[in-house]
Write a protein of this length. Structure first.
Lengths: 194, 274
């Protein structure tokens, strides 16, 4: 186990022992990426705060839900954050209470003064590589992937919204994801599946 | 589904971009296929990287204190339990038997049998213990059933949100402030109703859910109604795919339930028949 995972495990042990300082330390470590992802999906600061709170309270109430054998704590928290935020988007879409957030470029978020330009592509080299790769894939493929990833739409909904055949939407997502993977393999960020 | 079919859909599955029925097929294949496992792990890794690649924004400083305060308040309160509790199991039979034992104890033929008394008391106590154990067993079974019910509701709602149907249901003139949402997958038979704003149920009557298909009126069960805030919920299972159902309604019926809708409508909506 690497030092980072060991530190995470100590904090999880603290949460299991109902030590709120451990949760505080976990929030200090992961609060920013969790909030950033939720805000990027929801584009609403108030709801993003509520959902961020839900994510950390889920960890507090059910720390046993995290299984270190299946990945890092950071990935798990972001995955929970993503799912909760997309649930909100889907609920909002059904109730038609609020307009769906527009897909916004990172530059627009920076222009709003919310993000530090130095952090535009996330804090790690890996994140920067992902953003570079996303910029390199054809825009139609990127659009289809972002509609699924940030708006929680199925390929059926994407094809209906873009007025394209179902197979086209499916192929765009698949080819875009494959292309992303090839680009990231070339940068050494991910390894080949086999 | 074979490996070629699954691998054509694995990226969409990792992105949660498949309708629920297709996603279930892919999931079932991945769980049992050694070939597709690494492919799915790679797609999932890519999605995790995308999660990490969004522009980083500092959360408001007060959020940290809010979360820690909520966690500490949570730690000081008892663990939540299921609020949808089953009706307490009937105990008339056990109580009746105990009364009979005590009746025998008071009978003249036992009046002189003082030596038998401790034995009878022990037997009565033993019976009470057995009876209580049976009650606990029944409660466990019913709690497990409630839990399964809650899990079913959560599953139906998740599937509905992942590409199924979520349809608004409105209050009628009897409940103009009531509204709710129906969650279901049209090709399946389970439906969840979550509603609010229904007036308090008078004693002896309760809200009942109905699913209509042509001339058929199908009982969707009684609503779980929380008087404190008027929130209510029901999980219904139709004997047919819900794509065949063309309307859903809630009426006020005798609390034991009705075979056919007989009371006033409180919630009503038409569904688009597939």
């Amino acid at each position: 186990m690497d030092p980072e995972s060991q530190a995470d495990q100590r904090l999880i042990d603290g949460v299991l022992a109902r030590d709120s300082q451990a949760l505080d330390d976990l929030y200090q470590r992961y609060g920013r990426p969790v909030y950033s992802l939720i805000y990027r999906i929801l584009n609403d600061r108030g709801i993003a705060e509520d959902v961020t709170q839900e994510v950390f309270l889920k960890l507090w109430r059910q720390p046993e839900s995290f299984n270190a054998a299946r990945g890092s704590l950071g990935s798990w928290l972001l995955s929970v954050a993503h799912n909760r935020a997309i649930d909100q988007v889907r609920r909002r879409r059904v109730r038609e209470e609020l307009p769906l957030p527009e897909l916004r470029d990172s530059e627009e978020i920076v222009a709003d003064g919310l993000a530090d330009p130095a952090d535009l592509a996330g804090s790690s080299e890996e994140a920067a590589a992902v953003r570079r790769a996303l910029e390199q894939i054809p825009s139609a493929q990127r659009q289809a992937i972002e509609m699924a990833f940030f708006q929680g739409k199925t390929h059926v909904e994407i094809s209906a919204e873009l007025g394209e055949p179902l197979g086209t939407a499916k192929t765009r997502i698949r080819l875009g994801m494959r292309k992303l993977r090839v680009l990231l393999e070339a940068e050494g960020v991910v390894t080949q599946a086999r | 589904m074979n490996c070629a079919d699954a691998q054509a859909l694995i990226d969409l599955y990792a992105l949660d971009a498949l309708p629920p029925d297709v996603a279930d097929d892919v999931e079932a294949h991945i769980e049992t296929c050694a070939n597709c496992g690494p492919e799915f792990a790679a797609a999932t890794r890519l999605v995790h990287l995308m999660d990490e690649a969004v522009p980083q924004i500092a959360p408001p400083p007060e959020l940290r204190a809010r979360i820690i305060a909520a966690a500490e308040a949570d730690a000081n309160s008892p663990r939540p339990i299921l609020t949808v509790l089953p009706r307490w199991p009937a105990t008339e039979t056990h109580q009746g038997l105990l009364d009979r034992w005590l009746g025998w104890l008071r009978a003249p033929q036992f009046a002189a049998g003082a030596a038998v008394l401790p034995l009878l008391i022990s037997a009565a106590l033993a019976w009470q213990v057995i009876s209580l154990n049976q009650q606990v067993g029944t409660m466990r079974t019913e709690l497990a059933s409630s839990y399964a019910h809650a899990q079913l509701a959560a599953d139906v709602m998740a599937r509905a949100m992942r590409g199924g149907a979520m349809v608004r249901i409105d209050g009628t003139d009897m409940a103009p402030r009531a509204s709710g949402t129906l969650y279901y997958v049209p090709s399946e038979s389970n439906m969840v109703l979550v509603a609010e704003g229904l007036p308090e149920q008078p004693t002896g009557v309760a809200y009942q859910l109905w699913l209509m298909s042509g001339d058929q009126r199908m009982n969707g069960g009684m609503l779980y109604y929380r008087a404190a805030d008027g929130h209510c919920m029901a999980v219904a299972s139709a004997p047919m795919p819900l794509s065949s159902v063309d309307a859903v309604g809630v009426t006020l019926e005798p609390s034991s339930g009705s075979v056919e809708p007989s009371g006033q409508r409180y919630l009503w909506t038409r569904l688009t028949r597939a």
